[in-house]
Design a protein. Structure first.
Length: 373
């Protein structure tokens, strides 16, 4: 039993009353079932130590990560001190897939996450979850091949597949049913007079697709790096049509803000975008500019992705993200219409209400537009 005198209780009450209130409202804990990334991936490096003196208290931004190369700007913003310069810190929660982060975003358990423009996102918004699309995350621009339509190499070598007309009766692999890149396949099938019913679909993870190609179980499928490079090295499949060739400027993924973060923590949301775009620009410069910092970023990718082989990462094609943060609205509308035609949406969604580039506009006013290298 704990005993206390009346005077002691008064003293405790006075001390509690004198404490300073927190600068931001308390937030819920991280989603259950999600796992934190390795400590080394989020720890500040010496680059962060060189940043200007930070405020005494940093506001934490909770980010959902699937730990692929598209997440690199989060870690660059943290490790190079860009977040600290604008008074922010990072708390990362790991998810196995981007769709898993949608519910925590709507429930104010996350502030920021990447997401594919799929039915999970669109239907959540239609249900009243006011998630915002705020900037680009990954896009298939001309000349890139981070995403690719792979075809079994033996079918290309013997001329069995020369065009999409040759896909009749063939087996096509999707990493999830009805993934957005399947829209590109079905659009091409329509051009040659085929329908989705003329193709056999199977669902396989990206790593499992490689074994299926090797065992001649599948004939084609859309893969991502590093599995494209691995397939070509093994001689089992070949990049037949890069996604960027099928539809240049195709919006593969976007960055999302939670409603509470965008509205009630609007100032922090703006400052986060400043730091995030600086991280994007470091990545862009390393892989699409003059190569500055490329080795350092590849080292980072060995820590935050499942690929630990630095030599493999040096051979793989990088993902592309816009250093000025734009979003390809036409691409999003086309995919939305495709999902609606498939009966996977619960209503009509006004994308103009969902896409909010005000945070990018604020960041560009602070750091200017990226013009190179």
């Amino acid at each position: 039993m704990v005993r206390s005198s009346f005077a002691a209780l008064i003293l405790l009450a006075l001390l509690a009353a004198c404490q300073t209130a927190p600068s931001a409202a308390p937030r819920p804990s991280a989603p259950q079932g999600a796992t934190a990334p390795p400590t080394a991936a989020a720890a500040p490096t010496t680059a962060a130590a060189a940043a200007p003196t930070a405020p005494a208290s940093l506001e934490t931004v909770r980010v959902g990560s699937i730990l692929n190369s598209s997440d690199a700007p989060f870690y660059l913003a943290q490790e190079r001190g860009y977040l600290r310069e604008v008074g922010l810190d990072l708390e990362i929660t790991r998810f196995d897939g981007a769709q898993q982060a949608i519910a925590p975003l709507g429930a104010d358990q996350l502030d920021v996450a990447g997401g594919a423009p799929g039915p999970g996102l669109f239907n959540a918004i239609l249900r009243g979850v006011n998630v915002r699309i705020v900037t680009d995350r990954s896009r298939a621009v001309a000349g890139t091949r981070f995403n690719c339509m792979l075809v079994r190499k033996s079918l290309l070598d013997n001329g069995t597949i020369r065009s999409f007309a040759d896909f009749r009766g063939r087996t096509f692999a999707e990493n999830v049913p009805g993934v957005i890149t399947t829209y590109l396949l079905e659009r091409e099938l329509k051009k040659v007079g085929l329908s989705p019913q003329d193709v056999n679909y199977t669902t396989l993870s990206f790593p499992d697709m490689l074994n299926a190609f090797a065992n001649e179980i599948v004939d084609a499928g859309v893969e991502v790096e590093p599995f494209i490079t691995i397939a070509e090295q093994r001689g089992i499949a070949q990049c037949w049509k890069p996604t960027s060739e099928l539809q240049p400027d195709f919006q593969i993924a976007v960055l999302l803000y939670a409603p509470t973060f965008a509205e009630q923590h609007n100032d922090a949301a703006k400052r986060f975008m400043v730091a995030y775009l600086r991280g994007v620009r470091d990545y862009y410069r390393a892989f699409f500019g003059d190569g500055q910092g490329k080795d350092e970023i590849i080292d980072l990718l060995t820590r935050i992705t499942s690929v630990r082989d630095k030599a493999l990462l040096e051979r793989t094609a990088p993902t592309w993200m816009d250093p000025n943060g734009s979003v390809t609205t036409d691409s999003l509308r086309a995919v939305q219409q495709w999902y609606a035609e498939r009966g996977e949406l619960t209503g009509d969604l006004d994308l103009d209400r969902v896409i909010d580039l005000s945070f990018v506009d604020y960041a560009l006013a602070r750091i200017g537009r990226y013009t190179g290298p």
